[in-house]
Design a protein around this ligand. Sequence first.
Ligand code: GDP
Ligand code: IMO
Ligand code: MG
Length: 434
Amino acid sequence: MTSVVVVGTQWGDEGKGKIVDLLTEYADYIVRFQGGNNAGHTLVVDGEQYIFHIIPSGILYQEKTSVIGNGVIINPEVLLHEIAELNNRGLPITPERLLISSNAHLIMPYHQSLDIAREASLSKGQKIGTTGRGIGPCYIDKVGRVGLKVGDLLDPALFKAKLEAVIDEKNFILTRQYDAEPVNAELVIEQFAVFADKLAPFVDNVSIVLDKARKAGKNILFEGAQGTQLDIDHGTYPFVTSSNTIAGNACIGSGFGPAHIDEVIGILKAYTTRVGEGPFPTELPEGDIVGDTLQTKGHEFGATTGRRRRCGWFDGVVANDAVRLNGLTGFAITKLDVLSGLQKLKIATQYQVEQKKYDFMPDNMRIAQSVQPVYEEVEGWAEEITDVRSYDDLPRAAKEYLKRLEEFTGTAPAIVSVGPDRDETLLLRNPFEK
Ligand code: GDP
Ligand code: IMO
Ligand code: MG
């Protein structure tokens, strides 16, 4: 039995979906443990693209079990839509292939309305640039002990009582504070009764299932969403998401014991992107020729909202934060192919503000917004590398770049990705093979 956690090391969209799909070949269970449909994980197999927002990225393998843990928040309509879409593409989703924790919280219609209304009410500089999927308001209710859970769907009387206990307050805030439309509780009850019937066969106790799997010697792969700098505790607060995105939450968000985790692989884009507001020290402004090249060549548009992703040089400070916060045992370096054709590459090794130097992201946002990166310049390579399948065949400068990242972070790449497709990958060390 081996269990491997995969997490994003930057601000999300590092290519977690692709790497999870790739590693699923060696796993039996694939587990999402936090976030909701703010995530957009892209897989490309034999040229065909899939984008998953809630369903784990292991779902393309018929014989594996995908699991949605208690730490995930679920919009049932979006989940059912994703299931229906897979069915339409000839991948029937049966309860043998997908399990949903009864303890996962539900994203309710008022969560999404509140998210959108709150963002709209904020002034520039205060906006977070959320995905508008109701993530923050849903996690607020979970921590505030007034959330509705997947398990409540199976108990109509309890569901109704819990909804009625909160709906007046939600509608008061929506209408009085934000001048937004109220939510009709009767309609929600009717709509969610339909969702309940459809989802009931998938609901289970995920902690017990994973414990049995572990004891039976099965391999388990945990799929993080978002990225380390979006973590609610350790990220660039308040410009973060509302869950813990780091590896420690794989255990909390699924009910799996920490002593059973063997490997933590950090997905690290060969440069940096961010979508939404907040500090980004190595950002290249729109109009910068390198920034625009990364954006265009890397197709840097959000997989969930379609927003243009901000782009910048590789940030070693962010990478080292991720090594520490997640206890990384290896990297999967993605999108190395996007750097082909750039003569010089820059790596941020520190931040500076006035005379003070930082080796970590400052937790004071005023400082984090004003730091300047200290760069080291290395040679680029001209050759396209998407067809390369072995480390030795990479251009010399690409190998030097990878070596420098390894040396700077003290963490070796286990995987190097040179294109979006499952096959466009160099597997240097398989984390499932001890
Ligand atoms: P995730 O949220 O971490 O799963 O990442 P996204 O799917 O949001 O964004 C990553 C994008 O990069 C997707 O469009 C992937 O298909 C694509 N991608 C992943 N790895 C590579 C790679 O090595 N090279 C290139 N060119 N694209 C990649
Ligand atoms: P994946 O899993 C990139 C960002 C949003 C916003 C902030 C808060 O695909 O890497 P939220 O809706 O969560 O309250 O938004 O977090 N964000 C992401 N950025 N990738 C993601 O997921 C993200 N999920 C949330 O853009 O800045
Ligand atoms: Mg994404």
